[in-house]
Write a protein that binds this ligand. Structure first.
Ligand SMILES: [Zn+2]
Length: 350
């Protein structure tokens, strides 16, 4: 099986050399995939999403405000808050980033596997706010696009970025048709994603947060995925699985606080692919989020792409770091005993 890699032609126009979220990130991934995975990767360029699609997640006022901000800015960079820069091309590049995520959905609905290399990333962008280097929530719009353009009803989003995907959570907190699962280092920006945030109203039980103690590594994460994430997917029964593929839980990441390795990430991806194979004809796509160590980004992207293509895992040249395999056991126990979706599983199997 080949993997469709969706790149953005103009992403270099949204960059800042002294900021961790810069153009070198996507370039490092493309270089590695071209060098080591060209036998099973098909590279295509994203088109910008039609702005009307943004309204499926974002308020019209916010979209108009952002457009106005970039068209009236002076100087090379402007800022939202202390950490989120803009250039005069940010709005246009962000439309391409959403377009890449939706193209990944198109590819998966054609029976392919896909990895969208969009940036800026999206999972911190709420319906009405840019934050955390994010402007439009790429994966949230892609989920709505899958529902409204492809007729998919039930979408699962699994966020493996080290930061909580607060924007994605906000977009679907009351929606019973979109499961949002996030494993994230804790405590860490944006300091949301607590265990007891499980959804509201009709969406009660379709938000699943897994705060991981700092320094959690391969074994603890894998226990969480095997004992919590995969059972939640089986309980929810998605028709499509989308991965918020952030690689800043890698031990080499300069701003993360966890200790996953590239091979550890691949084991998590394997558990998701296996679930997708059983539950939804293998329909699974990855959409880039964070990850700020260029060697780790390249290694994790290569490992994930190999597994999406059902190829052997490449050698993990960066290696692993020691960590406590039982560091998340209390979290696992709490979720197993208290999360509404997992209660449903236990009831169904009793
Ligand atoms: Zn992140």
């Amino acid at each position: 099986m080949s993997v469709t890699i969706i790149t953005i032609p103009n992403h270099g126009a949204h960059s800042h050399t002294r900021h961790p979220e810069n153009a070198a990130r996507a370039d490092a991934i493309v270089t590695t995939l071209r060098e080591s995975a060209s036998a099973y990767c098909r590279f295509v360029q994203a088109n910008p999403i039609a702005p009307d699609w943004l309204k499926t997640v974002h308020t019209e006022q916010y979209v108009a405000w952002l457009h106005q901000k970039v068209t009236t800015m002076t100087g090379q960079h402007s800022w939202i808050g202390e950490d989120t820069y803009l250039t005069e091309s940010t709005y246009d590049v962000a439309l391409h980033s959403v377009g890449a995520a939706c193209a990944a959905v198109d590819a998966v609905m054609r029976g392919e596997r896909a990895f969208a290399l969009g940036r800026p990333p999206g999972h911190h962008a709420t319906p009405s706010t840019a934050m955390g280097f994010c402007f439009f929530n790429n994966i949230a719009v892609a989920a709505r696009y899958a529902q409204q353009h492809h007729g998919v009803t039930r979408v699962a989003i699994v966020d493996i970025d080290v930061h909580h995907g607060n924007g994605t959570q906000d977009a679907f907190y009351t929606d019973k048709h979109v499961l949002f699962v996030s494993s994230h280092g804790s405590p860490l920006y944006p300091f949301s994603g607590t265990l007891n945030q499980t959804g509201k109203g009709a969406g009660l039980g379709t938000t699943l947060n897994i705060p991981m103690p700092a320094q959690s590594g391969d074994a603890a994460f894998l226990r969480v995925y095997q004992q919590v994430v995969v059972p939640a997917l089986y309980a929810f029964k998605p028709e499509l699985v989308l991965i918020s593929a952030g690689f800043d839980a890698h031990w080499d990441d300069p701003i993360g606080n966890c200790r996953l390795s590239a091979s550890g990430y691949a084991a998590l991806i394997d558990s998701l692919i296996d679930a997708a194979n059983h539950l939804c004809d293998g329909r699974i796509a990855a959409i880039l989020e964070g990850g700020y160590s260029l060697p780790a980004l390249a290694a994790c992207s290569l490992a994930m792409t190999a597994r999406l293509a059902n190829r052997p895992l490449p050698e993990d040249e960066l290696g692993t770091r020691p960590s406590n395999p039982h560091g998340a056991d209390q979290t696992i126990a709490w979720l197993t005993n208290n999360h509404p979706l997992l209660q449903h599983t236990k009831g169904a199997s009793a």
